[in-house]
Design a protein around this ligand. Structure first.
Ligand SMILES: C=C(O[C@@H]1C=C(C(=O)O)C=C[C@H]1O)C(=O)O
Length: 256
């Protein structure tokens, strides 16, 4: 138990949280590369024409059932994890770990996965997957789940970042929180140079991770498994703004 506390305490500074965000980039980019192996496979997502015996799409079914299974194994006892279908999840079979909560409870409950799911299905998928249908639905949905969980974890990590920023400078954040001034909070928590570095680094990682490795050639042929500019755009237009919006929402609840 003391061990658990010191582990969480060691995570609680901006530098180590940022290191974790950098590491999460690898997971996100590899999961996108995996999903890009399959064509778009629209039939998988079609809620209007579900397969026999199902009331929703096969994708919906797989996501919900996977979350139910993972909930039993305790996935959602972790404050880093947020379910896409949090209603009526089964209870964990084991007692939750005995950690002192790091997050302030009203903010810990924030879940914007409806936005994450919508963004993923409507905007990101058409950008990374080729047109077509190879009927490889179960494998496609499994790789969707990996992408969604990695993106969701990254975006909701904003709660930890906000908690640390608040603890580091409560005197700066408190007036804006009391005034419910979203704009002022956004300004306080934004570090533009950090964001610029991230956008450049994820583009470079997508180049490095997404090329074929050929022992006979030194240079890549310029073919990447996921377009690096799309990864940079994903971060610049969606991942970073959503992480910041989680931070603002968290801070607004920080004094409740
Ligand atoms: C996450 C942070 O807060 C903001 C959001 C960032 C992001 O989502 O990557 C980066 C810098 C900040 O503008 C941070 O300060 O590290």
């Amino acid at each position: 138990m003391a061990e658990g506390r010191s582990y969480l305490d060691s995570l609680l500074n901006l530098e180590s949280l940022r290191k974790s965000l950098v590491r999460q980039e690898d997971t996100i980019i590899f999961s996108l590369i995996e999903r890009a192996k399959y064509p778009i496979n629209s039939t998988l997502y079609d809620d209007d024409k579900p397969p026999a015996h199902l009331s929703d799409s096969l994708f919906h079914f797989l996501l919900k059932e996977s979350e139910a299974l993972q909930a039993k194994a305790g996935r959602y006892t972790s404050p880093e994890e947020n379910a896409f279908f949090p209603d009526k999840l089964p209870s964990p079979l084991l007692p939750p770990p005995d950690h002192t909560p790091v997050l302030h409870p009203p903010g810990a409950a924030i879940n914007i996965n409806d936005k994450v799911l919508n963004l993923y299905l409507k905007t990101l998928l058409p950008l990374i997957a080729a047109d077509g249908d190879d009927r490889n639905y179960a494998a496609t949905a499994a790789s969707d789940l990996n992408c969604l969980q990695a993106l969701s974890r990254r975006i909701h990590f904003g709660k930890f970042v906000a908690e640390v920023k608040f603890r580091d400078a409560p005197e700066d954040y408190t007036p804006a929180i009391r005034a419910k001034d979203r704009e002022a909070l956004m300004k306080l928590l934004t570090f533009e140079s950090v964001e610029e570095t991230i956008k450049k680094r994820v583009e470079k990682k997508a180049m490095v991770f997404g090329q074929d490795v050929d022992l006979n050639e030194n240079d890549s042929n310029g073919d990447y498994k996921v377009d690096p500019t799309i990864v940079s755009k994903l971060y610049g237009e969606w991942v970073i703004p959503l992480t910041k919006s989680v931070q603002v929402e968290y801070l607004l609840r920080r004094l409740d």
